[in-house]
Design a protein around this ligand. Structure first.
Ligand code: AMP
Ligand code: MG
Length: 382
């Protein structure tokens, strides 16, 4: 279907792109079939009908990723791993193996803040597909409505967060993951390590699909995977796109929050607004802080201060996906120091809430003139 006019319609969440160079010329493929979120490829046709085959290859890749890692697919590699006993070796698919290998590196790099072994906590807090979609078997800690779990679970599950205890290996072209021997026992029920690749799978899909698109010769347009991971190619006539990030809070700006001009750049975003509940005035979001077992910025010892949304420009999508998740856990100071050494060329925008004053602010290393902020809140340059 052809995109009409200047603006590509805004999705409800996170990231989008509008043409900042006069509009027209771009076509798009959209799908809602993967990752529970909209995916879009915008392109300028390169050869007669060629883009259809490219989109078929991209969606076949998305389908393979989903089939291998989704927790909503009982036969996926990750679901089977989660259902396995402690110490068991589970044969997994090549894609799951590849993502887990990247996840191991990102776990180390983020000092454990990006931790795919947080699966049991995601479920305990009510953010897994099992709870959200009411699928699968009940568990002893299930509750009538979203609320803070019992302390005994929060502390008992801590040893299951040791992602470094997971071993991956390849034998004769087949791939395996060995579940750590660690068991947590609560009220007579045994729990073992459970994985959740929700913090990285869309980024991985974005990197792999962008490669398919570029290899096929398309270098105008963009690829948006689930609105949290984008690879932006060039705009019309090789110009820039206007990359828009949606607002993390309606009270600071409704709809769009920030826009940046750019091309040939990876963009990733994460926030506490995608999926959360509130209880007794506190916000509990879907990103788990593996150091406390509570959602990011929600541990009872804190006042809720922290990064509520993080966007990165210029980091490959797989790393960007995991890193934006990690920034919500580790906070602004860690993120600034980390980016400076590891991704000195990347640009970042963090929206920070101060629990003591109740104020929001933005921290960014984008220079004034490089971006437009649509919220009237203080900006701190770094
Ligand atoms: P994102 O939207 O990319 O920030 O990813 C959030 C998703 O990643 C959550 O919905 C969980 O499925 C999973 N997750 C939650 N906390 C973590 C964490 N600390 N490390 C890795 N994945 C996490
Ligand atoms: Mg992420």
């Amino acid at each position: 279907m052809k995109v009409k006019g200047l603006a590509l319609p805004l999705f409800a969440l996170a990231l989008t792109c509008t043409c900042g160079c006069g509009g027209g010329g771009f076509y798009k493929y959209d799908t809602l079939a993967y990752f529970n979120a909209p995916c879009r490829w915008a392109f300028v046709p390169a050869e007669q009908g060629g883009e259809k085959a490219v989109w078929q290859e991209v969606t076949a890749l998305f389908s393979d990723i989903q089939t291998e890692v989704s927790l909503g697919v009982p036969a996926s590699s990750i679901s089977r791993f989660n259902a396995a006993k402690a110490g068991e070796t589970v044969e997994i698919g090549a894609i799951a193996y590849d993502i887990l290998t990247e996840a191991q590196a990102l776990y180390t790099e983020t000092e454990g803040a990006y931790n795919p072994a947080a699966g049991l906590y995601v479920d305990l807090w009510g953010f897994s597909p099992r709870v959200l979609n009411g699928e699968g078997e009940m568990r002893p800690y299930d509750r009538d409505k979203a609320s803070v779990p019992d302390e005994e679970y929060l502390s008992a599950f801590m040893p299951l967060l040791d992602f470094s205890a997971l071993s991956l290996f390849e034998e004769e072209g087949r791939y395996y993951a060995k579940k750590p021997e660690i068991v947590a026992l609560v009220d007579g029920t045994e729990y073992t390590m459970e994985l959740d690749l929700g913090g990285i799978a869309k980024g991985y899909a974005c990197d792999k699909a962008a490669k398919i698109i570029r290899n096929a010769g398309y270098d105008l347009g963009f690829l948006n995977v689930g609105q949290s991971s984008m690879r932006v190619f060039a705009g019309e006539k090789g110009g820039d796109w206007e990359i828009e990030v949606n607002s993390p809070r309606a009270e600071i700006s409704a709809g769009r929050f920030l826009s940046v001009k750019g091309k040939h750049v990876g963009v990733s975003t994460s926030g506490d607004y995608e999926n959360y509940f509130t209880a007794e005035g506190r916000r509990y979001c879907h990103i788990i802080d593996p150091f406390t077992g509570y959602p990011a910025n929600a541990s009872p010892s804190g006042d809720g201060s922290g990064v509520v949304a993080a966007s990165l420009f210029g980091v490959p999508a797989t790393a960007g996906d995991a890193l934006t998740t990690a920034v919500l856990v580790k906070g602004e100071e860690w993120a600034k120091a980390f980016l400076k050494t590891r991704y000195p060329e990347a640009k970042a925008v963090f929206t920070v809430w101060d629990g003591a004053t109740g104020e929001y602010s933005v921290a960014t290393d984008l220079k004034s003139g490089e971006y437009t902020l649509y919220a009237e809140i203080p900006v701190r340059a770094f």
